[in-house]
Design a protein around this ligand. Sequence first.
Ligand SMILES: *[C@@H]1O[C@H](CO)[C@@H](O)[C@H](O)[C@H]1NC(C)=O
Ligand SMILES: *[C@@H]1O[C@H](CO)[C@@H](O)[C@H](O)[C@H]1NC(C)=O
Ligand SMILES: *[C@@H]1O[C@H](CO)[C@@H](O)[C@H](O)[C@H]1NC(C)=O
Ligand SMILES: *[C@@H]1O[C@H](CO)[C@@H](O)[C@H](O)[C@H]1NC(C)=O
Ligand SMILES: *[C@@H]1O[C@H](CO)[C@@H](O)[C@H](O)[C@H]1NC(C)=O
Length: 736
Amino acid sequence: MCAIRHTNLKRGNMGVCRVLVLLFLTLCEVYSRDPYSICASLKDKSDCDQVERQDFVRCQYSLHNVDCLLNIENKRADFGTVQPEAALVGAKFLKNVVVVGEFRTDTELDDSEFAVVVLVRKTHTGGLKNLRGKKYCHPGFKFNHIVTDFVLKEFENTVLKENNAEGCKNKVSTATLLEKEIRAVSEFFGPSCRPGPWFGFEKFDNEFYKNYSNLCELCKENDCKAGNVPFTDSINCLLNGGDVAVTTMHTVYQYFNSTEYKNRIDEFAYLCKNGEVRGLDNPCAWSKQPWNLIVVNKEKESVIKSDIQSWFANNIINTNSNIEPVNADTKNIQPILFPTDQEYNKIQIVAEAPTLLEYIAKYREIPSTEEKCGENIRWCTVSNAEQQKCEWLAQASANVAIQPTIKCIQSPTPFACLEDIKIGGVDVVASDAHLGYIARKKDLAPLAFPDTASKDRIKPIIVLRNDNNSINSLADLKGKKACIPDYGGIEWLSFINTARAQGVISHSSCDYGKLISDFVSESCMPGAHDKEHEVSGNIDVEKLCKLCQPDPQESKTGVNCNSNTENRFYGHVGALKCLKEAGEFAVVTQEDYSEFNPNDFRVLCKNGSLAAAPGFIVDENCALTKIIDSEVLAKKDGSKVGNINAVLLNLETRFGSDRHKFFEVFNSFNNTLDLLFKDSTQGLSYLQSQSTHIKNFVQLFEDVQKCVANDKDNSGTRSGVTILSFAICLLLPLFY
Ligand SMILES: *[C@@H]1O[C@H](CO)[C@@H](O)[C@H](O)[C@H]1NC(C)=O
Ligand SMILES: *[C@@H]1O[C@H](CO)[C@@H](O)[C@H](O)[C@H]1NC(C)=O
Ligand SMILES: *[C@@H]1O[C@H](CO)[C@@H](O)[C@H](O)[C@H]1NC(C)=O
Ligand SMILES: *[C@@H]1O[C@H](CO)[C@@H](O)[C@H](O)[C@H]1NC(C)=O
Ligand SMILES: *[C@@H]1O[C@H](CO)[C@@H](O)[C@H](O)[C@H]1NC(C)=O
């Protein structure tokens, strides 16, 4: 138990802890200066409301610690508390955030939350060399959040590199860098105990344990999983015949101070990062973990530091006796800043207010985002803000040793991203569902589906003007003027699919562009003139652009068919404007559209009946389909599929939405929504998902594909959109 004491501080039940009773005096202290803005999470709302009754503090909400740092950097917040992992991610990027204090649960005054050390037999020579074939003892990989894979792998990665044994050329069945690493460790060391989970998915891990069985050979239990006292297990393994062990300094102290093992001190030694071997009386650490931090914007450093010292005077370890406790009611600030009573116990003020980078340097190196074995995953971004989030994500991923590393490459537009994947300049992007048809024309295929809450799904509906139009069925739409938000988009595609399935649109061709072009009269389908939209060569461009109108403010041209705001009728609102002013039917995603009078519109349901009442509110079966709003795309059958899947799985396990996570990749970054992933994303689903809204989405493109398969006259492009044939991916066993 004691051995893992340092590893589960934040989650664990620490047993009996001193409960602090703080005597805060009056409620009426009112500060004359502007209130401080502090980082808070939404679960602190009620405490925040209490704090804000007084005028000295207000809350700046953020979903994760990284956004707290960004709020402080950009002066949206003055100070807050963060986990050290967030500081490790932000250190390289932030200039204005300084550290004024540390806080901890622990009553002992260790200089770090934990320190990783390596023990060897005293007789070991040759430093980090001369370890080939040695018996390797390791705690396993259980503690994602606090003891990251990076620190747990630091020793073996360093040794393999020193010995030129990284195994970059290894052939492995999953074609993942992760398996190459495992293979390299397995080939370098002799019989060992290096428990899992190695990958994080049981079915897969179990197969790895068999294929690289020497890494499990010395483990007491045969299932090769980390035990309850992993750092002690690792020393036990060393004493039972191992040659080298990864553990923590604290565990070593406890172990060799015990009467049972005191007499064996002379058999073992520390192996330092520089290769030095030192006696147990002279420890050296590899990486050390900083404590939780109190961080402030540097401009407010001195005033906030002294206020914190007076607010929490009773809890400061290195008290400055000159500071008087103040009569501020801080009892509601405490839970906002310090999530548990235990953590509030020990605050240590940091003297010089170092920047994050200076502060971290005392503990460890910041992991490099450089690629290993020349492998990487190139993620496409389309704005500076997105590029920044991607670079932070790349750092966060490197910090927890996700392999391969992520490289961020900026393209001008989402279309350009798809094109860049097609030509091999980038590897992956989470793309709007609206680009799905075009993406498949470019031979891209989905690897994962960002899943949303029900309310965020896309429900395309056919909308008519609510006047004396003569439209009473889908068939009546033939020869009418259509307003579509975007050529090739989801509304466009689901309309053609539905109309085709009901025999309203001709079956004579599978060229969807030609089908819709022949079906409607003068229309507005933004992008119909645009090569990037993968338009069919058989459409009447003039007809499909005819109704579009240039926006007088934004467009310099007299006609405008662009799929952007230069075109007044672009997008959903644009399509409804188009319907109101010029068209006869529109296909848009169901929403409130509060800018319009609902009585001007009436929905035509999928089954061909008019909705009972005017407006956009109709029942679910009325919509053409109901689908997710984005997908993760890569090149179909590309060689990086295994690695991309491995990275995606890890991104969700480590940075998925969860209030304990210090960085959430599916949530806002630097106060900006929808970067890299839409904020509606709750998690990733994979190809075999049986959820209706995902199956519907896949179905949309399968319909196109089936059409290709059935149509013998279609000598044109093999526009095949293939999800099915994609299914042969080496990582696939994982997802069943
Ligand atoms: C394990 O090895 C076998 C035989 O070489 C191979 O077929 C299988 O795919 C491997 N499994 C994993 C998970 O690497
Ligand atoms: C025993 O513990 C003390 C402090 O707790 C430490 O300084 C010392 O190095 C430990 N002894 C060994 C052999 O680790
Ligand atoms: C609807 O049609 C009726 C008769 O066909 C006509 O009297 C009325 O003016 C029309 N209303 C509109 C809004 O076109
Ligand atoms: C068509 O669908 C709508 C919406 O689900 C429903 O209210 C209506 O009764 C259906 N009409 C027919 C003829 O089935
Ligand atoms: C965050 O947003 C601000 C503007 O609000 C901008 O100045 C800054 O460059 C952005 N990025 C970072 C990393 O702070």
